[in-house]
Ligand binder design. Structure first.
Ligand code: SF4
Length: 208
């Protein structure tokens, strides 16, 4: 036995004792984990994948908060949301480019697990939205990433620094403004056919 059986709810709540909203989220998550534990495959899993998109080679990287196996032989990738809302609708999530990247990462890492489903679990609202992309939707959404990838390779995307940079996930992971502060990455992780782009391709480590 593991998970909730080894770590009490009281211990989980101690770090958020004076944060009522966080307290509620932790408690909800714990209660659901008690039910879901037999299906859980992994938590906080970082997945990487090298792909070529529109002639641009990319190293995609994403961290999935939880991966559960489903009773039909598939896999459910759960992404926690801690904002207040509003809750997105399924149609919006089906068009979300970030979610298609998560789908790509999970599908490539778990090729024997089908179907792939994606869930945003909004902890403050205690609600979730789950989607399963059709093959057509998946291919269409992926093709929608080609043009932005090529524009980035040509150096046509302008970064606009400001206070918002402090919370930007791209700050040290691809943003050209902060490249001099960026953690050095392995040059072999990346090669690009568009090597004359303004942004050195090695710095294109996207975290979604
Ligand atoms: S860190 Fe870069 S990409 Fe992020 S908000 Fe700032 S300028 Fe834009």
């Amino acid at each position: 036995a593991g998970g909730p059986a080894r770590l009490s709810l009281e211990d989980c709540l101690k770090p958020v004792a004076y944060q009522p909203q966080a307290w509620s989220m932790v408690e909800r998550y714990y209660r659901r984990l008690e039910q879901d534990w037999p299906h859980m495959m992994a938590g906080n899993e970082t997945i990487q994948l090298k792909i070529s998109l529109g002639g641009v080679s990319l190293l995609l990287q994403g961290t999935v908060d939880r991966l559960d196996k489903t009773s039909d032989g598939g896999i459910l990738a759960i992404l926690f949301r801690t904002e207040d809302g509003p809750l997105p609708d399924a149609a919006g999530l089906r068009r979300d480019h970030a979610l298609v990247i998560y789908h790509l990462l999970v599908a490539a890492t778990y090729p024997l697990k089908r179907p792939v489903r994606l869930q945003e679990w909004w902890l403050p609202l205690d609600q979730n939205v789950t989607i399963e992309l059709s093959e057509d939707e998946y291919r269409h959404n992926l093709s929608g990433l080609r043009e932005p990838a090529q524009a980035l390779a040509r150096g046509e995307v302008m970064a606009r620094p400001g206070l918002h940079c402090d919370t930007c996930p791209f700050k040290y992971h691809g943003c050209p403004v902060y490249t001099h502060e960026e953690t050095q990455t392995d040059a072999e992780d990346f090669t690009s056919s568009l090597s004359d782009g303004k942004i050195p391709p090695r710095q294109w480590i996207f975290k979604v």
